[in-house]
Structure formats: structure tokens, C-alpha cells
Design a protein around this ligand. Structure first.
Ligand code: K1U
Ligand code: ZN
Length: 173
């Protein structure tokens, strides 16, 4: 397995709409495995393909935070939200493409999602809690949207400036 470099905002590839996946090929299974490895290593609870420069509609997630609990690596191809609750939930979100920046984002508390799994089978499930927040954050990535797009312009600009500085420093190192 390979650890993939994660793109840091601002990057034009993080603003693009990703293309649907056809059948689940061996190359896509390898990509999903590498993305899971990259997500666990970061560490994070989700990772979308555009974050590793691949403009295809897939993401991985595992919202089990308890280190003693059994991991639940989940791979979703062509995910579509089919229903959201009226009830909303606020969570302090982070993003592996915007390191060390966190902000409250309000989203539907529950979301029903349809997707194709790693074996090419159609699945549909209702998510709540952190899983619901995470699926919505990751599907946003597939649509070129970042959690900072929900913030007030001034706060978004402040975070973007910090990221430009971080990228400049990393390039010099
Ligand atoms: O998509 C990403 O950038 C990953 C992101 C997912 C996410 C976090 C919070 C709310 C919604 C979606 C992350 O995983 S940021 C890191 C993080 O949340 C975390 C890191 C270590 C342990 C537990 C959580
Ligand atoms: Zn993110």
C-alpha cells in the first residue's frame, strides 16, 4: 500500500466537480486501499479522491474514534444523498486539506446515502452523528466544496491566507 500526498487548499483541483466512476476496477480498489491507508496515517476520519488529486467520485471514511473498537473502513463510489433530516447539527469540523484549522459547521443531523460499494453492489444507508457529518463533508469534496465555504468571508479569507503561508513555508523547506 502507498501513502498518497494530500493536496492543501488553495488548489484548483479541490474546487472541481469530480466525475462518476464506471465499474469498480482493480485500479480503483487499489486507489481506495491507498486512500484508507493515507486517511488512517494522517490521521483522519474521511478522505475524498479529489484531496489526492483524483477527480473521480469516491471517498473513504471510518468514524470509529475509540482505538479499542473494531475499525469500520468504508468505501463509497458515486455517493448520492437521497434524504436529509430537518433537524440540524453543529460540529467543529476539520479538513486534511486545511490542516490545523477548525470551525463550527451546521448540517442536517441525519442523511440517507446511496452508493456503490467496493464489490460493485448498490447500497443505501442512513447515517447519524459524526458519520452523517462526515458523509456530507466528503460528498462536498466531490462537488468542489470545502467546509470553509460555509463560513463568513472574512474567516474564510483568514484561513486561506494561513494556508498560502503554510504552502510557501513547506515549499521552502
Ligand atoms: O475530508 C477530510 O478532510 C477529512 C476530515 C473529515 C471530517 C472531519 C470532521 C468533520 C467532518 C469531516 C478529517 O478527518 S479532519 C481530522 C479529524 O477529524 C480527526 C483526526 C483524528 C482523530 C479524529 C478526527
Ligand atoms: Zn475535508
Amino acid at each position: 500500500m502507498t501513502l498518497l500526498p494530500i493536496l492543501i487548499h488553495p488548489d484548483p483541483r479541490l474546487k472541481k466537480i469530480a466525475k462518476p466512476v464506471g465499474e469498480v476496477t482493480k485500479a480503483l480498489r487499489t486507489l481506495a486501499d491507498d486512500m484508507l491507508q493515507t486517511m488512517y496515517d494522517a490521521p483522519g476520519i474521511g478522505l475524498a479522491a479529489p484531496q489526492v488529486g483524483v477527480l473521480q467520485r469516491l471517498f473513504v471514511m471510518d468514524c470509529i474514534k475509540d482505538q479499542d473498537a473494531k475499525p469500520e473502513p468504508t468505501v463509497l463510489f458515486n455517493p448520492e444523498v437521497t434524504w436529509v433530516s430537518d433537524e440540524m447539527n453543529t460540529y467543529e469540523e476539520g479538513c486534511l486539506s486545511i490542516p490545523e484549522q477548525y470551525a463550527d459547521v451546521e448540517r442536517p443531523a441525519e442523511a440517507r446515502v446511496r452508493w456503490m460499494d467496493i464489490n460493485g453492489n448498490d447500497r443505501e444507508e442512513q447515517f447519524d452523528g459524526l458519520w452523517a457529518t462526515c458523509v456530507q463533508h466528503e460528498i462536498d469534496h466531490l462537488d468542489g466544496k470545502l467546509f470553509i465555504d460555509y463560513l463568513k468571508p472574512l474567516k474564510r479569507q483568514m484561513i486561506t491566507r494561513k494556508m498560502i503561508k503554510l504552502k510557501r513555508e513547506k515549499a521552502r523547506a
